[in-house]
Design a binder for this molecule. Sequence first.
Ligand SMILES: NC(=O)c1ccc[n+]([C@@H]2O[C@H](COP(=O)([O-])OP(=O)(O)OC[C@H]3O[C@@H](n4cnc5c(N)ncnc54)[C@H](O)[C@@H]3O)[C@@H](O)[C@H]2O)c1
Length: 269
Amino acid sequence: MDPNRLKGKNILITGAARGMGAANAEAFAAQGANVCLGDLDGAEAEKMADKINAAGGGKAVAVRMDVTSRADNAAAVATTVEAFGSINVAVFNAGLNKPRFFMDIDEDNWDLIMNVNTKAMWLGMQEVARQMIKQGPMEDAPYKLINVGSIASRKPLVDVTVYCTSKYGCLALTECGALGLAEHNITVNGYAPGVVVTPLWEQLDKDLVEIGFKEREGQAYDDIVRNNLVIKRVSYPRDITGTASFLASADSDYMTGQMISIDGGWATT
Ligand SMILES: NC(=O)c1ccc[n+]([C@@H]2O[C@H](COP(=O)([O-])OP(=O)(O)OC[C@H]3O[C@@H](n4cnc5c(N)ncnc54)[C@H](O)[C@@H]3O)[C@@H](O)[C@H]2O)c1
């Protein structure tokens, strides 16, 4: 890992207390970036920031935020700028899932998932872009927004209609955002994981048994590996950090409006 690849990048990452967000924060800082870890769980985000600071590399700060609040998004941007002087990359990673079959979806399920996964991404993009526009264009590089999508941004899945709707929305925000923010020298890209073993998937695995889609815990992993994945294993946050780092780095400067599948080949099956 090149310890200077992301030097000079000041990066806000939402949902960074655990899972892929935390792994990305660690990887970015190990490559020289300063990172602001935003999460609903402020205490865990603090702990993760302490761990990153103890490791050397770029600096880390934490901020408690609910991504569905415009004020919290603005405050997270302000925290990043106060700590590091500016913001030039943001990763909109916070997200959740609660499976339901189509006829069992209710307003609460719809609002929860759509608000956290999609509406909050739009709010965050706008608040971060507002600050980037205020800073003025960087001379040598574009500002970068990175949206976390999913295989559910590309495939209909019978057990998670609302999650699919929300993540198709993340793809639309990536493509439309690229068009809408280009004039400000801001690129918008993203990545779309498949099955990543994190607290989100561990909960989903249990919920899929509860709604009667699977008979036993672990069955969803086994079925997806057998039926959907080209690379015959599930993934871990460490499988994702390289793609996220690429999108944060200068190597992706001539890219916008793209969502990279990093899903063991699922999108092709
Ligand atoms: N795990 C997978 O298999 C998988 C696959 C495809 C896409 N994704 C997406 O990747 C992203 C990260 O997922 P993960 O698996 O690491 O999840 P995770 O549950 O391990 O971590 C998500 C983090 O987001 C935070 N969060 C939730 N709601 C929030 C809110 N309202 N405000 C601020 N923070 C909030 C949580 O506290 C948690 O720390 C999500 O957008 C998810 O939809 C995950």
